[in-house]
Design a protein around this ligand. Sequence first.
Ligand code: HEC
Ligand SMILES: [Cu+2]
Length: 358
Amino acid sequence: MNFWRSIRGCCRGLQVAVFCLAIVPAARGVATDGGTMRPVADMFQPLSRPAEMIHESALLVLAITAGIFVVVTAMLIFVVWKFRRKGDEDDLKEPPQIYGSTHIELAWTVIPILITFVLILVTSRTIGEIQNARMPEGALKVRLVGHQWWWEVHYPDLGIISANELHVPVSSRGSGKRRPTEIVLESADVIHSFWVPQLAGKTDLVPNKRNETWIEPFATGTYFGNCAEYCGTQHANMLLRVIVEEPEDFEKWVSGMKRPPVAPSGGLAAQGRTAFYGKSCVNCHRVDGTAAKGVFGPDLTKLMTRQTIGAGVAPLTPENLRAWVRDPQNLKTGCLMPDMKLADSEVDSITAYLLTLQ
Ligand code: HEC
Ligand SMILES: [Cu+2]
């Protein structure tokens, strides 16, 4: 009786497994989930070259391992069924002793070695193709520096500095002009990891080391990524957005980023400007063309061109900006910007000034 109960248990388990396998394709059509701030990127839907290459070899590995799973499970079920206890006389018999059978030993040594060898070849080929890819002339160059808990973004050839959002042009798969983005990865403190699942695999940002990766998106849109290596309390709020645009829109963004913001000439914003430059904000933040030259925090020159504040912790709205200036520890507890203990009037005026940084 116990035997049948366990067989039935196995069947139930298999049913669950088959059900799970069936909902994976059903969920595939959904690119994002979890709201607009923190959508979960679907890594089964790659839309850029390194991610596609990884996806292909992952499918091959999955197919091989699924084959092994089916064969092993079938053999297991067969053996359990065939050599089940058939009656009381079974207790007196000993099964045939096959210890030391050369054939069996050879089979279960050589076949797994061959399979492992195929898996090694498939994966190392993809790794090699990604790491040795030659970038075409005119590839966009970006330098990303990981900080606890935000991303510093540089375009060395364009003279643009930003944070937490990467704008890149869409590339062309066919006869059009290829325009991949080469990314140099560095860290200012601890180890972080760059991961935008639909664009590329993970690459670590290691202190005192220069790592490289590249992306070549084939579809415009906003891609969501995050730091993929635990780096301290606010690791989960170290989100990265990659905004892939048509070449014309990208050029428009570039020329916008190169235009310095106009200093406010009067009113609350002008008071805020004076307050901002009178405070220690300038020791940690940079605003291009002013005395604010700090590099410990994000560059604020074009703050208002960003979609989020605090590396994706909240949408960048005037209310959230004010809340951040009031006390960043409320929105992002433990982040490395201290509560500046500003008076209410200073919070209002500094927020008004920051709103002009666009
Ligand atoms: C001790 C250094 C330090 C000082 C002083 C400081 N900040 Fe910051 N600030 C940071 C850091 C670090 C971050 C990034 C926090 C994060 O996202 O984890 C930050 C983030 C910000 C952001 C959000 C930027 C973005 O794109 O997400 C704003 C706005 C800001 N600070 C304004 C100010 C203002 C205004 C002052 C002065 C009243 C100030 N900061 C003083 C370190 C500092
Ligand atoms: Cu990190």
